[in-house]
Every structure is written in C-alpha cells, then in structure tokens.
Ligand binder design. Structure first.
Ligand code: G1P
Length: 298
C-alpha cells in the first residue's frame, strides 16, 4: 500500500458568505481565537503525517502564501522586545522549507476543478484532501483517524459524520454498507440530495484520501450541480472500479464557512484553552442570564 505523503488544501473560494469581511481578506485567514482558519487544517495535516501541502489558491489570496513564510522583521522585533511566547507561536506554525506548494486555480469552476489543478504536483500517488472551512475539533484529528482506516483498507477513504436528516441538501451524503475496520464500506455517494433521496444521514465532512486515478476522471468531467465540476461526481465514477470506505469522525467538525459554525468554533476552541476557559465561560453565562431576563421582561 502506498503511503499518503501529500495533501491538497483548496483555498481559492470567494467567501461570499462572509462579505464584507472577505472583500479584501481571504476567508481562510479569518481567525478562530488567534489562528487563521487555514492554520487548523495545516496543523491537522502535518499531525497526521503529511509531508507536503499543495495549496490551490486564486486571485487575492497572496497573503496566505506570505502567512506561511518566514517574517524576519517581526522575529527581530519580538526578540528585541523579549516576547518569547509570541516568538514560539510563530516558530511552531512555520512549515519546514520546501514543504508547501502554491498552485493557481485561474477561475472558480468548483471543488473538482480545484483538486484537478493539483494533479502535476501530486503525481501518481494517493493523497489527502482537506477542505479548510471545515475545522476539526476533538478526537485525534479528523485526518489522523481517516489515515488509520486507510491503513486498514487501502482504496479511497472519506471522513463522515451524521447530520440532522433535514440537512442532507447541504452536503455530500454517503450510503452505509458493511463494516470495514474502524469504518464501513460506502455503497452510494450523492451530492446535496433532498432528504427524501438521501441514502443515509452520514455526510462528507471535508476530509478525503483519494487515489490518483481521480485526476483523469476530473479532467474529462461534465459540469454538475451549480454548473461546477463536482468532486463527488468524479468519486461516483471512480467507485465503479475502486473501493470507497467511510470513517465516522470521533470528534466533530465546525463549518467555519457559515457564520453560526464560525461562532461555535470560536467558543469551542476558546473553552478548550486553559488560559481562556474561565473568563469565556463566565462571559457566556452572563450573556445567557441577561437574555433570559430580557425575555421574561418582554
Ligand atoms: C463540499 C463537498 C460536499 C461536502 C462539503 C463539506 O461542498 O462537495 O460533498 O459535504 O464540501 O463541507 P461545498 O461545501 O463546497 O458546497
């Protein structure tokens, strides 16, 4: 079985759901507590054993490339002013030299097209795909769990979670087959089905391990839902000749592409930090009490 060494992180999306904040700043750079959204996906990938990350970027995304570069002036200033904690935080987030590539998706044509743009850098080996809007919380990290199942089954592996049955039209949904290792065999994949047509309520949560044959399928793909080149459509075609498995994630994903998910992530990550838990909890309790009082008064 070939080792998964490389990961693709698509960061070309326009972020219209966060306008006007994203007019001049990529949505992937919005901070959850004190780290940009994209940093969580990068940490998760390296912690799962990934050695090289291919970012698929677009216009107005250059700050992401700068963010993952060395900043000598800032380091100099922090050294001179004795800001050790901040210095350590900067050093710990920096990928080693040569561990990142940046590819341009020249026009937004869908997730499938963004993944296809990475084909030359990935080459003929299995790779991981992380959608950075989806921020992994808890468990051992979603990609690490997905890699575990890949080591048991090989083939293609998708991380899943259960969603409310009324919300299947927001996600890719998989059908559940027989158990396989820590997960199960995938019997069907449907992109954003109405609840009546959904094969289950297991939704694709934004972490994948895919075989390189996906690239030729994406290369001759018809446009699907939303007139975009859909990754799920190519996975359905690949499943005719290769196996797909699903790993239910033992933590949970926050959808930081939505405002509610973003706020939820901010609260969850703040409460998970020893230096913030106490004051943030107090603040939340005070908010709830004051809202309850207002409701009683109204
Ligand atoms: C994409 C995928 C979908 C998946 C989702 C997770 O959809 O196409 O299968 O469930 O990401 O966030 P998008 O959110 O880009 O519409």
């Amino acid at each position: 079985m070939q080792k998964v060494r490389k990961a693709v992180i698509p960061v070309a999306g326009l972020g219209t759901r966060f306008l006007p904040a994203t007019k001049s700043m990529p949505k992937e750079m919005l901070p959850v507590v004190d780290r940009p959204v994209v940093q969580y996906a990068v940490d998760e990938a390296f912690e799962a054993g990934i050695e090289h990350i291919v970012f698929v970027t677009g216009r107005n995304k250059a700050v992401i490339e700068d963010y993952f570069d060395l900043h000598p002036e800032l380091i100099g200033t922090l050294e001179q002013t004795g800001k050790k904690t901040q210095l350590e935080a900067l050093e710990s987030m920096l990928p080693v030299a040569g561990a990142t590539s940046f590819i341009r998706q020249q026009s937004p044509q869908g997730l499938g097209h963004a993944v296809w743009c990475a084909r030359e850098v990935i080459g003929d080996e299995p790779f991981a795909l992380l959608l950075p809007d989806m921020v992994s919380f808890g468990g051992r990290g979603c990609l690490a769990e997905t890699m575990d199942l890949y080591r048991q089954t090989g083939g293609n592996v998708i991380a899943v979670e259960r969603c409310d049955p009324s919300e299947t039209s927001k996600y890719g949904i998989v059908g559940r087959g027989t158990e396989a290792g820590s997960g199960f065999e995938v019997t069907a994949m449907v992109e954003k089905p109405a609840p009546a047509n959904a094969p289950s309520n297991y939704y694709i949560n934004g972490r994948y391990i895919l075989q390189p044959e996906i690239f030729s399928l994406l290369g001759n793909q018809q446009r699907g839902a939303g007139n975009e080149i859909q990754l799920t459509d190519a996975m359905v075609r690949l499943s005719k000749s290769q196996s797909f498995y699903a790993q239910p994630f033992n933590g949970r994903m926050f959808d930081c592409g939505s405002k509610e998910g973003f706020i939820e992530a901010t609260i969850a990550f703040a409460l998970a930090r020893n230096d913030m838990k106490g004051p943030v909890l107090e603040m939340l309790q005070a908010f709830v009490r004051s809202h309850e009082r207002q409701e009683v008064a109204a």
